[in-house]
Design a protein around this ligand. Structure first.
Ligand SMILES: [Zn+2]
Length: 333
């Protein structure tokens, strides 16, 4: 049996349900979840007027151990894996072969096209899983995995992957000035990744608690112009400020997937100022490895609040307010 968080009806609260485990088909694996993070992406999905599927299980970034495999799988029972926001991709197109699975035309996203990981177990295609491989020279993980470490690792295949991908997409020279707007689940990691890569980081958020977190993590208050900005909030106001702060030739990376955020920028301004705007969730395959190395070496620390699976239905509503610093992480144990 598995305990799974499900949205059974649109606009209703989620419920914790007991389910018989689904059969593991060809190419699929059964993962026992050790920790699963909850974020804005989950909230957006759960509050749609017409959810893409019902029942819907949220949870797009998690860590767990494979318990069973179907036929024709490369993953094996006992392997620890990151459950990423991708629930599958084709694996054969040029994007997939270069490790840029997120750009695959056949990419399917967890929660929208396949079950999320918010529960004790998930049955999922192995294409959306990444084995946790300890970087060369680093010690093996303690077993059983301590809960705070499990919670931090849950972010590697989602928020931290996105944070590294966003900073790397800016192609910055050493000691650049980087502004981070929105210091939530992804933003607080962007602050640390950019600092770890040798940049001077400035940060802002509408929430004073998050501003404090950014400063504790080494970011300065926004000041002057910047070479690049990473916007991790749906706020149109933040987007406009980011554009205004950029130097000529400045670069802007966007990680929020809000349908309401807008950038008001004429083509003439874009051309004459020579700006570059990139958007994307996740990163290239190597960006995930880099995120794991940064986390295990202690150069990046995830701010997480641990909750039990039973607390999820009540605590999910906290996501609506956007005010929580860091990430909520549910632990099935
Ligand atoms: Zn592909």
């Amino acid at each position: 049996m598995a305990r799974i968080v499900q949205l059974l009806k649109a606009k209703e609260p989620v419920e914790l349900t007991d389910q018989v485990l689904a059969p593991v088909n060809d190419g699929e694996v059964l993962v026992r979840i050790e920790a699963c993070a909850l974020g804005q992406l989950d909230w957006n999905l759960l509050t749609l007027d017409a959810p893409p599927r019902l029942p819907l299980t949220p949870g797009h970034e998690a860590v767990g151990v494979i318990q069973a495999v179907g036929r024709h799988t490369r993953l094996r029972p006992g392997e620890r894996v990151f459950v990423t926001p991708l629930s599958s991709c084709c694996q054969v197109c040029a994007w997939c072969r270069s490790g840029e699975w997120r750009r695959c035309a056949d990419a399917k996203w967890r929660g929208m096209h396949g079950d999320g990981a918010l529960g004790t177990h998930v049955v999922t295609h192995e294409n959306g899983l990444v084995p946790l491989e300890i970087p060369v020279g680093m010690p093996d993980l303690p077993e059983p995995l301590p809960l705070p470490l499990a919670a931090s690792l849950a972010l590697v295949g989602g928020s931290l992957w996105t944070a590294v991908g966003a900073v790397r997409s800016l192609h910055l020279v050493q000691s650049s000035r980087v502004a981070v707007f929105g210091v939530g689940g992804v933003g607080h990691l962007v602050v640390q990744v950019a600092r770890a890569l040798g940049h001077k980081v400035f940060a802002d958020d509408a929430d004073p608690e998050r501003v404090n977190l950014a400063q504790e993590l080494g970011a300065a208050p926004l000041e002057g112009n910047v070479d690049a900005a990473v916007v991790c909030t749906p706020s149109t106001q933040a987007l406009q400020r980011a554009v205004r702060m950029l130097v000529p030739g400045g670069r802007l990376a966007l990680t929020g997937s809000s349908p309401t955020g807008r950038i008001d920028l004429s083509v003439a301004e874009l051309v004459w100022r020579g700006l570059t705007i990139t958007g994307g969730l996740l990163g290239a395959r190597g960006d995930l490895d880099e995120g794991l190395s940064l986390l295990l070496s202690g150069r990046v620390k995830a701010t997480v609040e641990l909750i039990s699976l039973d607390d999820v239905p009540a605590r999910l509503w906290a996501l609506r307010d956007l005010g929580f610093p860091g990430r909520l992480v549910a632990l099935p144990r």
